[in-house]
Design a protein around this ligand. Structure first.
Ligand SMILES: Cc1cc2nc3c(=O)[nH]c(=O)nc-3n(C[C@H](O)[C@H](O)[C@H](O)COP(=O)(O)OP(=O)(O)OC[C@H]3O[C@@H](n4cnc5c(N)ncnc54)[C@H](O)[C@@H]3O)c2cc1C
Length: 394
């Protein structure tokens, strides 16, 4: 009746959605790690799913929590809204296992969407795509999912797609010529998704597609969008395998206000590319996409790939990785971006946490941890762990 559902926190993504689907509901939280991650993990890291534009990040969906700590159990109660002191749900989400174990959560759920549609649009440039998405946000017609790749990432997407044959191949050639004729020599792929109640969602789709077209977007239709949904969980898990072959490879993510998005993008591309080459001696691939939209800004997601220095042993490869990672995070912070938008702090981002929440903020979180976990047995060393690990520590 109220659109809430209570779960044990160890439930995995697919099981959770399947249980809800049987009752005609969905949570709508689909991080790229969906297949192998849990509700407790999502809450502990303040995770973001692909459709966060309409459903919010995981911390926006939680109504009540149960946290088992070494000194006792903390619980909050499900309320639509409340004015009852500091919001304990917000303190527990993002605690990364350092305060206790989240054992139960009451989540806001919604009816299964009546309308689901994915499209792919080619935008003339990353900047024009970004501006058009911002316009969609301002006009309150934000797609439920938007993923705008920059020129380089778009080239990688097209280079890794299956070759087409017959009519599809000819159609592809005609489209390429037409785009060139219109001056679109290095287009940027934009995947957009629309889901929700039929009438309202079609309205949002029509309005946002019209904004994208006015910004020079070329609509490739639902076919490529649909294909993306089939392979979306395949690529992210390649990282460790690539590392085994001597390729330093990772994704670095941040979030910034709209006014900072493009300056941060340019500065991070330059920094990561330059430092990647300096430490390895090889040119680095640095692709980027915008992956989550907010009224006030967006999440930028950089994918980096570069061959490690010739003859590097595993520890040397990790050292080179650490230098590139540190340069990227420092650049994000200096460009007024978040240390992390959804990958959380862990060990790798600790060196920058005081810049994010101020030294007083770090001390306060440490004091809370000391109170709930006096023997420091809950995920010691993580988040605000004391002897902060330096940049690149693994
Ligand atoms: C390939 C790949 C793709 C990813 N894509 C995304 C993405 O699109 N969006 C996104 O937000 N994140 C993404 N992530 C990061 C990560 O998967 C998510 O943050 C996810 O929320 C972690 O959940 P998990 O169950 O795997 O937790 P784990 O990785 O097992 O744990 C993560 C942290 O949470 C703590 N924790 C786990 N469960 C609990 C609990 N019940 N109570 C208290 N603490 C707990 C652990 O101690 C640890 O500190 C990705 C990761 C990978 C490897």
């Amino acid at each position: 009746v109220s659109g809430t559902s209570e779960f044990e926190a160890g439930i995995f993504g697919p099981d959770l959605e399947e249980a809800l689907r049987a009752c005609g509901f969905a949570l709508g939280h689909h991080p790229d790690s969906f297949m192998y991650s849990t509700l407790g993990g999502w809450l502990a890291t303040r995770s973001a799913g692909t459709h966060s534009n309409i459903y919010g990040k995981i911390e926006d969906m939680v109504l009540a929590l149960r946290l088992a700590t070494p000194t006792g159990v903390l619980t909050t109660r499900p309320r639509p809204a409340a004015s009852t002191g500091p919001d304990l749900n917000r303190l527990i989400t993002g605690s990364e296992g350092t305060l206790g174990v989240i054992t139960q959560a009451t989540m806001r759920v919604h009816p299964l969407p009546e309308w689901v549609e994915y499209r792919m649009v080619l935008m003339p440039s990353f900047e024009s795509g970004c501006e058009a998405l911002q316009k969609c946000v301002r006009k309150e017609v934000m797609p439920s999912m938007a993923r705008l790749s920059d020129e380089l990432e778009t080239e990688l997407i097209f280079a890794s797609k299956h070759p087409s044959h017959g009519a599809a191949k000819w159609l592809g050639k005609i489209i390429k010529h037409w785009l060139r004729f219109r001056g679109m020599t290095r287009p940027c792929a934009l995947f957009v998704g629309f889901e929700g109640p039929r009438r309202a969602t079609r309205f949002v789709r029509d309005e946002s597609m019209s904004i994208l077209r006015r910004a020079g977007g070329f609509d490739l239709g639902t076919g490529p969008g649909q294909k993306w949904t089939l392979s979306r969980y395949d690529v992210p898990y390649l990282r460790d395998c690539m590392m085994d072959y001597g390729v330093i490879c990772d994704s670095f993510e941040t979030a910034a206000l709209w006014s900072d998005v493009i300056p941060l993008y340019r500065s991070a591309k330059e920094t990561i590319g330059r430092v990647g080459r300096e430490v390895t001696g090889y040119p680095a691939y640095v692709g980027c996409h915008i992956s989550h939209l907010y009224r006030t800004g967006a999440c930028l997601y950089f994918t980096v790939g570069v061959q490690a220095r010739e003859g590097s042993r595993p520890l040397e490869l990790l050292e080179q990785y650490g230098t590139i990672k540190a340069a990227a995070t420092t650049c994000f912070v200096e460009s007024r971006g978040a240390v992390s938008h959804h990958h959380a702090i862990g060990l790798e981002h600790q060196a920058w946490i005081a810049q994010e929440m101020s030294p007083g903020g770090v001390d306060s979180v440490r004091a809370l941890k000391r109170h709930l976990d006096p023997s420091n047995v809950m995920n010691p060393g993580t988040l605000v762990g004391g002897e902060a690990a330096g940049p690149g520590h693994r």
